[in-house]
Design a protein around this ligand. Structure first.
Ligand code: SF4
Length: 735
């Protein structure tokens, strides 16, 4: 077992209730390193193309990372991957808190979930022991209640609970997987996948700290980080949270307003991070917000999480449900033209109580508001509700209706793209989605590389999949560590910006595989730079990891995500942008800014070329997959499911990989979906026919049988004939 890891992965079949532990080989760990890449290995190995995202065959993989559970900041992260019910593409989402570290302390690097339980259950893991327990008493309850109940039931307040809320049970297409009742693996709807499996929660408690190869080096980096936070570029992030960027986004014309019609919001100060810090953080009334209003993930010195509360009024909110991030302030705020901070805090809390992604939820409500204002939907669609930009009470009401599965909320629970497809009437004109996922609150019109990444990202529009444009110029020393030394003009979308997007995408992809916080480790403004990350990873594992190896891990994971989509038939035709991005913005610094379609398509061509993907289909080429050690994904010259993935352990072969006897009908089924299998099945049928023919030929036919009978009869007669002949001969001699 490599240092830093537990060496164990728990496999759970929720249909049968059977569980086993896999102990992968060391090369498996070095190849994927953890998180998203490790989870993708199981999805690509075990899932067929065309699997129903909400069916039993969807695989939900949860993995922590290489540094998880050590003392350094930014390491307690967990990635969830599964096929997304929101997009039909690969789903991928990261979350923090204390659960990821606790899972490692409990003895596991990850959990792979398959099947569907016949009744609600929860998984209880304590120090390498595990069992499924009945969860009927938890079903239908909000996150805070479930956490309290499990703490009481398991008699330990230090148990960490990963769970779905009622939104996950109701299969809201953007349901989140929650922990601490305020941390979310929010994007791509993987809470609905967990809900479809009737898995309400995973509770963990462990006491085994991971072994570290070079404790002194890791300690040195850990202490440096803690000492440097106050003077670093993340000091403001710690104090004001991600909410601190509201003002900068507005000034740059990049704060999405009225469903992306503008990049400037006149009332931005009412929802800014400073206002939140001064007036709504717990303890703000007596200047104690730094003590009570900031929360953290396991062993992180940055402490960027918000603890906000609204003591009274219609939006009264308990502080246990955290506080809004920048994305939440924007999607429930400026997206909907709402300047009521209490209403936004309440909407954020509702999302955490019911378990929903705040980005998609807020953006879907903003889309509905614009559809209503333009007469594309009416009172008959909304059940009598009037939707207008700026109506805070309606925004909160709709959020609650979505979480509870009531009225118009049932349609909005599908996300804006699926809802537009159901309604029609030109409602797609107001969508802000790529691959069916709503865009976060960063504007490609202002930061052009986002246009490319929003479109090409395998799991839909995402702002945490690469480094944004301004960092290229602002952090030249750090950028040079990953071979980027040609910063470009603002608003450029030329070959160098495409290369910048791709290289930083590989790095961010590695961050999601090693599984570290992108506020703490990264190529630009983060606390630790890329070289410090490889130092930390090398200190933990004892491997001599280099920056190029790190980038290759990220590139491998990106190609795995892309290959998953390719085998679903999803490629270039899905790498698109919302129509609204091609129309000029109105007002503020970015007045008139828009994406030029020809420039965007040219950038996409360049991107495929640099990624070494097929220019027509957008699929990873066999040569690229082979070069990344993913040749097992190539069948008949294109990405396809493979049976013989590398890195399978002896344990897995013994426990989970026993090759079933192939019955004849299975060969026919396989022929329907796999070219190679089809060939094999055809060969089998040909062989079968030939054998049958040979047998038939071997059987005597009726006429032949007659001849045989005659022959036999003749044979029987022969002695007599011989006697006759002998008599004749004898008579002749006598004569
Ligand atoms: S920077 Fe914030 S989100 Fe990241 S690990 Fe630290 S507390 Fe958690």
């Amino acid at each position: 077992m490599p240092y830093g890891y537990t060496g164990k992965i728990l496999h759970v079949d929720l249909t049968t209730g059977k569980m086993h532990v896999e102990q992968p080989r060391p090369d498996f760990y070095r190849r994927y390193m953890g998180g998203s890449a490790m989870g993708m290995h199981y999805l690509l190995r075990d899932m067929r193309a065309g699997t129903d995202p909400l069916g039993a065959d969807n695989v939900l993989a949860l993995f922590n990372g290489l540094l998880t559970g050590t003392a350094i900041s930014g390491q307690s992260r967990m990635t969830a991957v599964a096929k997304s019910p929101l997009t039909g593409c690969i789903g991928d989402s990261q979350g923090g808190g204390f659960f990821p570290a606790e899972l490692k302390f409990a003895g596991f690097d990850g959990i792979v979930l398959r099947g569907q339980s016949p009744r609600p259950v929860y998984l209880w893991i304590k120090d390498r022991e595990f069992e499924l327990r009945d969860a009927a008493h938890l079903w239908g309850r909000i996150t805070g209640d479930v956490e309290d109940t499990l703490h009481a039931e398991l008699d330990d307040k230090r148990v960490e609970v990963l769970q779905i809320g009622p939104a996950g049970e109701n299969l809201v297409r953007y349901a989140a997987i929650m922990s601490m009742s305020n941390r979310a693996n929010g994007r791509t709807g993987l809470g609905a996948v967990m809900g479809s499996k009737k898995l309400k929660a995973i509770a963990v408690r462990g006491t085994h700290k991971p072994e570290v190869a070079d404790k002194a080096s890791l300690l040195e980096l850990t202490k440096w980080g803690a000492k440097t936070v106050p003077t670093s570029d993340v000091a403001g992030l710690g104090k004001y949270g991600t909410a601190e960027v509201v003002s900068g986004q507005h000034r740059a014309g990049g704060l999405p307003t009225r469903n992306f019609n503008s990049g400037s919001y006149d009332d931005w100060e009412k929802i800014d991070g400073t206002t939140l810090y001064d007036t709504r953080l717990k303890g703000a009334e007596n200047g104690q917000q730094d003590r009570f209003g900031r929360d953290t993930c396991y062993s992180c010195a940055v402490r960027c999480k918000r603890v906000s509360e609204v003591a009274e009024g219609p939006y009264k909110t308990e502080h246990r449900y955290g506080g809004p991030e920048y994305e939440t302030l924007a999607t429930f705020g400026s997206y909907c033209a709402i300047d009521d901070l209490d209403a936004i805090i309440r909407a954020n809390a509702l999302c955490n109580m019911y378990g929903m992604d705040t980005i998609t939820c807020g953006a879907t409500i903003a889309w509905a508001m614009e559809c209503f204002e333009n007469g594309r939907i009416g009172l008959e669609d909304t059940g009598g509700l009037t939707l207008r930009f700026g109506d805070a009470a309606m925004m909160v009401k709709l959020t609650e209706m979505i979480g509870k599965g009531e009225g118009f909320g049932v349609l909005l629970a599908k996300g804006s793209a699926q809802a537009a497809a159901i309604i029609g009437r030109g409602t797609d004109e107001f969508l802000i989605t790529s691959k069916g996922q709503e865009a976060p609150a960063h504007m490609p019109q202002v930061k052009r590389s986002l246009a490319l990444v929003y479109a090409a990202n395998p799991f839909g529009a995402d702002h945490q999949s690469h480094e944004h444009d301004p960092s290229y110029e602002a952090y030249p020393v750090r950028m040079a560590q990953i071979g980027l030394d040609k910063p470009q003009e603002k608003l450029a979308l030329n070959e160098e910006i495409v290369r910048y997007a791709m290289v930083t995408q590989h790095l961010y992809s590695a961050l999601d595989s090693i599984n570290v916080c992108q506020f703490v480790f990264g190529p630009a403004w983060q606390l630790y730079d890329t070289e410090q990350l490889v130092q930390a990873a090398s200190a933990v594992t004892g491997w001599k990891i280099t920056v190029p190896e790190l980038l290759e891990v990220g590139e491998r994971r990106l190609n795995m995500l892309r290959a998953f989509n390719a085998r679903e038939g999803i490629g270039r035709e899905s790498d698109t942008l919302p129509k609204k991005f091609m129309k000029p913005l109105s007002g503020g610094t970015s007045d008139g800014y828009m994406i030029d379609r020809n420039e965007f398509e040219a950038a996409l061509d360049t991107y495929y070329r640099l990624c070494e993907w097929d220019a027509v289909t957008g699929y990873p080429t066999p040569a690229k997959l082979n070069s990344l050690g993913l040749g097992w994904l190539v069948v008949n010259g294109k990405p396809a499911p493979a049976k013989n993935a590398p890195g399978r352990s002896a344990g897995a072969k013994k426990a989970g990989a026993k090759k079933p006897a192939v019955k004849k009908p299975i060969a026919k089924k396989m022929a329907a979906r796999k070219p190679v299998a089809k060939k094999r099945a055809v060969n089998k049928l040909v062989a079968k026919k030939q054998i049958a023919k040979a047998k038939t030929a071997a059987k005597p036919k009726p006429a032949a049988r007659k001849r045989v009978v005659k022959a036999k009869a003749a044979a029987k007669r022969r002695p007599a004939a011989r006697k006759t002949a002998a008599k004749s001969k004898s008579a002749a001699r006598k004569r």
